[in-house]
Write a protein of this length. Structure first.
Length: 605
């Protein structure tokens, strides 16, 4: 045996043997699972034996919908507010990073946070941002809803009084017609993507380093596999050069299945015709493999989940554009996934899928509806009948307050209706949709699944609709494995599956619910090789070069900020100086769209 892990509390998720204390690993797979006595009997002089010190061990977590490839290219550039407990701390970080960031680089805060996670329960104001960074461009992305640019960033991107609003977006202006610094997505995020893309990029050697640091951060949280859903401004094959080079050099520490995401409205069919002629379904190996098409199949079928805006109706041409793409993919046996937030969009997409299915059967393709926050039971039945699955993410943990304000608390109770999906026998996989809306931290997602609460503490889901901890964990392991057609190879700790595990710093199954958010891994292994180690296992940690460039926010702050829970929230309004105290679960709203960016958030909802 290559390696034996023993003296652990191992949750295998294998119904034939739910728990164990030891595993043996040979050639990257589990060779034996059992108690210490029977597994240690397999030890040879060449076997490395690791005492787990009674740590809780789970199968490596698998994110069924994220954006690792794009996120890795930019991770070292970004100031992450993920998990920061107060706006005061967030602004301190911004001021410090602005001082160390050299021209012409920007300070970028790109997703993974909500104003409701802050003790102050509000957004930063433009005045605060300009005071914190008078000379360094600052770009702050707020969900897929809006972005805040300071004066230096407006100058850097060239937005002025004469700049027209782009299609699908609004440049907010003052009474004299000058841009204020607010960019608003109406009805999609194109203006946010396009503006962010104007910033300087890292050179390729720094992108390689950045991707390695991002993967190590995911490993620190127990993630061993992901499905990358593509993304806006992520062109194939150009933007895959870095990840493919890391794969060639055997420097990947996360298993990646990648989907191809078309970038050209009205030319989607042409893109997929080209790609299906050159890339085979599941082409690749255990660390890096093709996973199909999407999440953008055609632009007329994408209903971005901006809950600050009304639900968008998809264009009348949606069906006629979607049908030939889906038919081509079915003919080529390419799995596919479709970004669809609202039941109305899903209904129209399923009409197309059923029409294709009458010509080319979809069953067995492992095709996916992504997000599905408002899907209704009838459409869950239709997904089941066509052999599809539903990938859900914890976007409501970051946008639940906005959803409640627009659609009401009753609608939020089952958004998305995960328990109903499971009861109806539909494959369900969990993920994050990181990094531009929700955080990449899987433990926030698990906390949301178990408690039904947002990062701001607002309870959305009643007890009967929440998941128990084991069921939630299954969605992050064996459930997600279905979405890359690898359920026979990963997701459980059982003989023959990949030896992907995470030993946790706290017992997920017994800690108080609020403590789930703070869990990390102290030992993460992919294929039996250590990719992250900390605390008593720190001597096993593989080397990682320092983050590049030397002014990278990662050097100063790392990744996800694990802050102590805030039980009562007291804050001083940054505009008017009012003092507020909010009990857990309460939250303020503002008349203004950006919750304090232009004014005071001084009245309760």
């Amino acid at each position: 045996m290559d390696t034996i892990l023993f003296n652990g509390r191992i949750a295998t998720l294998d119904p034939t043997r739910p728990s164990a204390t030891a595993v043996a690993i040979q050639d990257g797979r589990f060779a034996a699972v059992g108690d210490d006595r029977e597994v240690l009997a397999l030890r040879t002089p060449a076997t490395a034996a690791v005492d787990l010190k009674r740590r809780t061990v789970i199968p490596g977590l698998i994110d069924s919908h994220t954006h690792l490839i794009r996120g890795g290219l930019n991770y070292n550039l970004e100031l992450r507010w993920d998990g920061v407990a107060s706006l005061a701390d967030a602004m301190r970080m911004l001021r410090e990073q602005a001082r160390r960031t050299p021209a012409p680089q920007w300070v970028r805060v790109v997703g993974g946070w909500s104003e409701f996670q802050f003790a102050e329960r509000r957004m930063p104001t433009l005045a605060e941002i300009n005071a914190a960074a008078p000379d360094t461009p600052v770009f702050i992305l707020h969900l897929y809803a809006d972005a805040i640019l300071n004066a230096a960033a407006l100058r850097a991107v060239g937005y002025g009084k004469e700049t027209p609003d782009p299609t699908g977006g609004v440049i907010e202006r003052d009474r004299n017609g000058n841009p204020t610094g607010m960019l608003i997505a109406k009805p999609n995020a194109a203006i946010l993507y396009a503006t962010l893309a104007k910033g300087p990029k890292l050179p390729i050697e720094h992108q390689l380093n950045s991707s390695r640091h991002f993967m190590r951060e995911l490993n620190r949280l127990g993630i061993t596999g992901v499905i990358d859903a593509g993304g806006g401004f992520q062109n194939y094959p150009q933007d895959y050069e870095v990840i493919e080079r890391l794969h060639r050099d055997r420097e990947l520490t996360v298993r990646i299945g990648y989907n191809l995401f078309t970038q050209r409205p009205k030319a989607e069919l042409a893109d997929f015709q080209t790609w299906t002629g050159s890339v085979q379904p599941h082409q690749g190996d255990a660390m890096y493999r093709h996973n199909g098409a999407g999440e953008m199949l055609v632009y007329t079928a994408a209903d971005f989940e901006d809950f600050l805006e009304p639900r968008p109706d998809m264009p009348a041409t949606m069906e006629e554009e979607l049908f030939p793409v889906v038919r081509l993919l079915a003919q080529q046996r390419w799995p596919f996934r479709l970004h669809a937030t609202y039941d109305e969009t899903i209904s129209r997409a399923l009409d197309v899928f059923e029409r294709v299915n009458s010509e080319v059967p979809l069953y067995g393709l492992h095709w996916i509806i992504d997000h599905a926050e408002t899907i209704k039971p009838r459409n869950i039945e239709r997904v089941k009948a066509l052999g599809g699955g539903i990938a859900i993410q914890h976007r409501m943990a970051y946008q639940g307050e906005h959803f409640v304000r627009r659609y009401g608390a009753a609608a939020a109770e089952d958004a998305p209706p995960i328990r109903r999906m499971l009861e109806m026998g539909v494959p369900v996989g969990a993920g994050t949709d990181a990094t531009r809306v929700a955080s990449y931290n899987p433990w926030i997602a698990l906390y949301w699944l178990v408690t039904g609460k947002t990062v701001g503490g607002l309870g959305l889901t009643p007890g009967g609709s929440r998941l128990d901890r084991t069921t939630a964990l299954r969605l992050w392991t064996e459930g997600s494995a279905w979405f890359s057609s690898e359920e026979d190879r990963k997701g459980r700790i059982t003989q023959g599956q990949y030896a992907d595990v995470a030993a946790l710093d706290a017992d997920y199954f017994s800690v108080p619910e609020e403590s789930i958010k703070a869990i990390t891994s102290v030992l993460t292994m992919v294929g039996g090789k250590v990719v992250h180690a900390a605390q008593e296992f720190k001597d096993l940690a593989p080397p990682l070069p320092p983050a590049l460039p030397d002014w990278s926010p990662v050097r100063s702050y790392g990744g996800y900020q694990h802050s102590p829970a805030v039980n009562a929230r007291a804050a001083v309004c940054g505009v008017h100086g009012h003092h507020h105290t909010h009990a857990p679960g309460a939250f303020p709203w503002t008349e203004g769209r950006l919750f304090g960016a232009l004014g005071c958030s001084c009245f309760a909802f």
